[in-house]
Design a protein around this ligand. Structure first.
Ligand SMILES: [Zn+2]
Length: 411
């Protein structure tokens, strides 16, 4: 039985524990984690039961208030949903191969009063116990420790290109949005995470383009792993890519727009980078997508410094005027060549400040395949047949654009 805490704990005695999860099949070096939360809005306890004592690293992050627990790759499932007491919600997943992470979103600023790893005893397995006490914003910031740098994606974990000076074929970077601990949007009816839709679509698109033998294809991730937005953009810069295609399927927030809007707003949209958003909806979508690193407990200021310039300067030098013009041209072209076969939004081309599109000198578009918040779009997005058909249509349109306009980045 994986229930209860040490009877000696007075704190535990007054709490009814909410069972969050129990684990099923063990893999990932046989480290199995399940968790419980107990307490109220003043004091809350988080307990992770583990099948084997491993090293944890715990730190806090503000804006929003979070507690992050890093551990070796483990089989963890924290169902997305409501927490309890000071814990608003939690999520977990693979941060990088060999490394798992639990992110606990706090409802209020809270101090970690105690965190300890207890050895197995009686019938209980080893436990990581974290006691939280409500605090002020100021003391939360004062107690926050610097988080570790985000893991770098090893070349072997992305679809990295082998350097080949003799191969002059254009390079296309395909970026399946989200991954690992960052699930992205969640389908309202099916609970399908955006990261699964984008990954499958990205692989299909890569296969379609590879089959032409005209391009070198680089995937920013080749498994269900977290990759920061800046690392994705940096991969395209490093590869001197001719095109970056980022793939997403976002959802609108019913609290912000109302349930009626969820029924009405559907269809694909192709975005390009701009300092000012083309419209309110583009701005909201870009804000959502730019939160991916926050979702994973990674501070954006920690990521690739080569991408830290502001957007105005990025878009104003000669090389980047080429980027801007070509990105807009391909967005137009794709919509024109796909609209007979794919349902597009009423305003299919928009622009906003998407972090992943900042790849210096690389023409870049972000395609939202549809809205996981819309019932009709969701049915399409979760259909393997639809993904096969539309990735094929997109691959053909990209191929036609590249064939018609063989321009390369001017030096
Ligand atoms: Zn997304």
């Amino acid at each position: 039985m994986k229930t209860g805490l040490r009877p000696s704990s007075a704190f535990a005695a007054c709490c009814a524990f909410l069972v969050l999860l129990f684990m099923s099949a063990a893999h990932a070096e046989d480290i199995v984690v399940s968790a419980q939360i107990g307490g109220d809005s003043q004091r809350t306890r988080f307990v992770a039961f583990i099948s084997k004592a491993v090293e944890f690293r715990i730190f806090t992050m503000a804006d929003p208030y979070r507690i992050v627990i890093d551990m070796p790759e483990s089989d963890i499932q924290v169902p997305a949903g409501k927490g309890r007491g000071l814990i608003f919600s939690s999520r977990s997943g693979l941060l990088a191969p060999g490394k798992s992470r639990i992110v606990i979103d706090l409802a209020e600023p809270a101090l970690i009063e105690k965190s300890e790893l207890l050895p197995p005893e009686n019938d209980l397995p080893a436990r990581l116990v974290i006691d939280l006490a409500r605090t002020t914003h100021r003391s939360f910031l004062a107690s926050a420790k610097a988080p570790p740098p985000p893991p770098k994606v090893e070349e072997a974990q992305s679809g990295a290109l082998k350097p080949d000076a003799g191969d002059k074929r254009p390079i296309i970077v395909i970026d399946p949005g989200h991954g690992g601990i960052d699930a992205g949007a969640i389908g309202r009816a099916s609970n399908t995470p955006e990261k699964d839709v984008t990954f499958d679509f990205g692989k299909k698109l890569a296969a379609k383009l590879e089959a032409t033998a005209r391009y070198r294809i680089l995937l920013t991730r080749t498994s269900d792993v977290f990759v920061s937005l800046d690392d994705r953009a940096a991969m395209a810069v490093k590869a001197k890519a001719d095109l970056l295609i980022s793939i997403h399927a976002d959802a609108l927030d019913p609290k912000r727009l109302g349930v009626k809007a969820l029924k009405e707003v559907r269809g694909g949209t192709i975005y390009t980078l701009s300092e000012e958003a083309s419209d309110e909806q583009a701005s909201v979508i870009a804000q959502n997508e730019n939160k991916a690193d926050v979702q994973a407990g990674v501070a954006s200021e920690q990521t690739a410094p080569i991408l830290s310039e502001d957007i105005a300067s990025i878009l104003n030098d000669l090389e980047n005027r080429f980027k801007k013009n070509r990105s807009t041209a391909i967005a137009h072209y794709l919509i024109d060549h796909m609209k007979e076969k794919m349902k597009f939004n009423i305003r299919p081309q928009r622009s906003a400040n998407f972090r992943v599109l900042k790849a210096h000198g690389v023409p870049a578009i972000l395609i939202e395949l549809g809205y996981l918040s819309n019932e009709d779009d969701e049915k399409l997005l979760i259909s393997e047949d639809w993904r096969t058909a539309i990735s094929s249509v997109l691959g053909e349109a990209v191929n036609a654009f590249m064939a018609e306009r063989q321009a390369h980045i001017p030096l």
